[in-house]
Structure formats: C-alpha cells, structure tokens
Design a protein around this ligand. Structure first.
Ligand SMILES: Nc1nc2c(ncn2[C@@H]2O[C@H](COP(=O)(O)OP(=O)(O)OP(=O)(O)O)[C@@H](O)[C@H]2O)c(=O)[nH]1
Ligand SMILES: [Mg+2]
Length: 409
C-alpha cells in the first residue's frame, strides 16, 4: 500500500481531485489544512489517500456492522500512519510526490503525525476493550460502554463471580441516562463498590475501657512492624496519649524478641516476653494499667495446625478485657492463598483484618474479594516499611484506586 497526497485551495476542491482521479470509494488516511486562507492569498488543503499500485484501496466491509467498519478503519489508519512515519524517516523514493518530498524534511510534520498516531492508538484501545459484549458462561449481556470498567476491575484481581454479580446489579439499577457517559458509569460503579467494603472505624478508647489486641498471621507479613507502628500511634499520635504495653509470644525465632524490644525501648513502652499460657496471664496482669496491650505472635504457615492451635491455648486464660484478634495479611498474596490462610486461621475467633504491603502492588481486587467473602471488617493498611509513619486507617477510596484506576501513585 502507498499513500497519495492531493492538495488544493479548499477541502472540497482537494476531494474533487481525489474523486476525479480515483473515484468515490477511496480510503482517506488523513486530511488537514496546511495553509490558512488569508485576504491576500489562497489556502492549501491536503488529503492523503491509500492506493495499491495506481488503484485506490476501496472501503471494505461496507455491508458489515458499523462497529467492525470503525475498527478496521482505525486499524488501517494506524498502520498507514505508522508506515508514513517510517517513510518520513527514510530517504524519499522516486515514486513519492514532489511536494510530499519537501515536507518530509519538515520536522513539525513528523511531530504532528506522531500526535495523530497517538490519538488513533487511543481510539483503538477503546474499541478493542469494546470487542466483547457477551459473557456467555454467565449469560450476562454487557453493553460496550461498561467495557472499560469491567476490564479494569478484572485486571485488579476481583473474582469473576463478584465482578459479574456487581455488573448485573449495575446494569439492572443504573439509570439509562447515566449510561451514556463513561465517567458517570465509573462514578456509579465506584459508589457501589464503596458501599460493599466493610471498614472497622478506629475509635480511641476512653478510660475505664481497655483494649487487648492480638496480631496473628503467616510468617513475614509484617505483624511485628505493624505492632510497632500501632504502639507509636496509640502512645503518641492520637488526640490523647495512651498508655501502651506490648507482649510478645514470639520466642521461637532468633532475634524476634530483640526486634520488638528495640522498638519498645525507643518508644519507652513496657514489654513482656511470654512462653506459655501461665506466663501470659501474669504478663497481662503486669500490664493491666495500660489502655492498649498489643500482643505479637509467632508467624506460622496456614498449614501448621499445631502452631495455630497453640495460640488458642493463650486465649483461654482469664483476662480483664476481651482479646481482639487481628489477622494480618499481605496485599501481595494472591486471592486463593488469602482464602486458604483465612480458613486455616479462622479456628481462632478473628475479629478484624489488617492488610500490609499495599505499597508493593497496585491491584487490590484480591483484598476486595476476601473482604466480601469473609465479611470481616478491615481496620488498617500498612503502606511501607517506615515505623511509625507507613500506617493508615483503612479507607475505601484508597482501596478503590487499586481496583478502578489503571495507574495510581
Ligand atoms: N514494603 C513493605 N514492607 C513491609 C510492610 N510491613 C512490613 N514490611 C517488611 O516486611 C518484613 C517482615 O516484617 P515483620 O514485621 O518482621 O513481619 P512478621 O509478620 O512479624 O514476620 P514473622 O514474625 O517472621 O512472622 C520486614 O522487612 C518489614 O520491614 C509494608 O507495609 N510494606
Ligand atoms: Mg514478627
């Protein structure tokens, strides 16, 4: 395929030239005003068409549906424009129109063409996302205007069942008027998801109430780091300063006690080390004057039943307040593993979920799906290694960025 350029003082005249030479059914690759008409001089208009040999490339798929037409036109435009850029960067050949050869040297034209290609590529992306419109397995008819939101949510790792359910709800209840705008669809979907996420709102405790929080979870997810961050938050960063004590049950691992001791020393907070349930009762008693008692546990694989069950023996001791169990999970764990971990740890009475390492991924569909599965509220997000700063109260907006936005940060 080659490109042939026609120029004339106006668009109509240029088009007439094209029609006179090549007939009606040509593919116009681009058309633009090269020189504006002024009082003293006539303008110059350019139309570029695609030809094969000396014949025009005729518009194809005229009788097929409009959508395919549009798609093929865009494809053709894209490849033609790409070829044109290619030509511009090479030496002109004898078959190229003389006027055209002059303009080849013009850098501005290359820039313009690049911009045009970008625009076409954007359109193409949108059209590609619209290719599907029926999800046969679930008998779910998905109108093309939902394609962007569907693709984004799917890429975030939301399980397909939830996604299809949410889509069905959206299609069923969304006012028809709103469907016309992609941003309105996104807003609607955003609001719907927001309503589905259970959040445990942080409430500062007030005397005489006390809170005992135990942190459980797999190895290396960030339990100890999260405890250090929370200890600092409760002791120094809330509206009123609270007395915070720490207990560690993690005496298995070399260095584990030292890790928490170092944080406790820095923050000038009392810490007790516990080996068995009797020590635990004693340690709680020693720290009973504190508003918050944070308990670190040894990390265990979800399949290590023995370690998990050993934790329940600590829960049978007499305490002055209920022990609140926080399951700490990493955002980089895939959904199926999160489910497995949750199921195995749920021999303990899990109260709240905490997610760590949200800074290490940009997709949070796995978190969203687990929250829907378990209906357990999420209380905090850990978003980095810095103690105490990289911790925030869980919030739906933050989570939704990792579901509905292609790129964030
Ligand atoms: N990027 C990132 N790293 C984190 C985050 N939270 C913790 N880490 C890092 O993860 C590693 C493990 O953290 P720990 O707090 O020791 O994890 P743990 O769950 O107590 O580990 P075990 O006690 O061995 O089970 C450390 O290098 C932390 O700095 C987070 O939110 N983001
Ligand atoms: Mg630890």
């Amino acid at each position: 395929m080659k490109l042939k350029t026609f120029t004339a003082p106006s668009y109509t005249e240029a088009l007439n030239k094209v029609k006179a030479e090549l007939g009606d059914e040509v593919v116009i690759v681009s058309s633009k005003e090269i020189k504006r008409k002024t009082l003293g001089s006539s303008g110059l208009y350019e139309i570029v068409v695609a030809i094969e040999g000396n014949k025009p490339i005729k518009k194809k798929y005229e009788k097929k549906n409009n959508y395919n037409n549009k798609m093929n036109d865009v494809m053709l435009k894209l490849s033609s424009a790409a070829k044109e850029i290619n030509t511009l960067s090479k030496k002109p050949t004898a078959s190229v129109d003389e006027n055209y050869v002059k303009s080849v040297k013009n850098n501005n034209e290359i820039i313009q063409l690049k911009e045009e290609i970008n625009k076409i590529a954007d359109t193409l992306k949108y059209l590609q996302a619209s290719v599907w419109n029926i999800n046969k397995k679930n008998n779910l008819e998905l109108p093309p205007e939902f394609s962007e939101i569907y693709s984004l949510a799917k890429a975030s790792g939301i399980t397909i069942n939830y996604l299809n359910e949410i889509m069905k709800l959206t299609i069923k209840y969304m006012p028809l008027k709103m469907r016309k705008s992609r941003s309105a669809i996104k807003r609607y979907f955003h609001t719907l998801l927001k309503k589905m996420i259970p959040i445990r709102i942080e409430r500062e405790i007030k005397a005489p109430h006390k809170k005992i929080m135990m942190f459980i979870g797999p190895t290396g997810v960030g339990k100890t780091t999260t405890i250090a961050k929370l200890a600092a938050r409760y002791a120094y960063k809330q509206n009123s300063r609270h007395k915070v004590g720490i207990i560690t049950l993690d005496t298995y691992r070399i260095g584990a006690v030292e890790q928490l001791m170092t944080y406790a020393k820095m923050m000038k907070l009392p810490i007790e080390t516990v080996v068995d349930p009797n020590d635990f009762e004693e340690a709680l008693d020693v720290l009973r004057h504190n508003d918050y008692i944070l308990i670190d546990t040894v990390g265990s694989s979800q399949h290590d039943r023995e370690k998990i069950e050993k934790l329940s023996s600590f829960l049978r001791v007499n305490t002055f307040a209920e022990i609140n169990i926080n399951l700490v999970l990493s955002a980089i764990t895939k959904y199926e593993d999160l489910v497995d971990i949750y199921n195995n740890f749920s021999v303990l009475p899990i109260d709240t979920l905490i997610f760590t390492k949200l800074d290490e991924t940009k997709t949070y569909g796995n978190i969203f799906s687990l929250l829907l599965d378990t209906k357990k509220p999420v209380s905090y997000f850990s978003i980095g290694q810095e103690v105490p700063d990289d911790l925030m109260e869980a919030n739906t907006e933050y989570l939704l960025k990792g579901i509905l936005e292609k790129e964030f940060n």
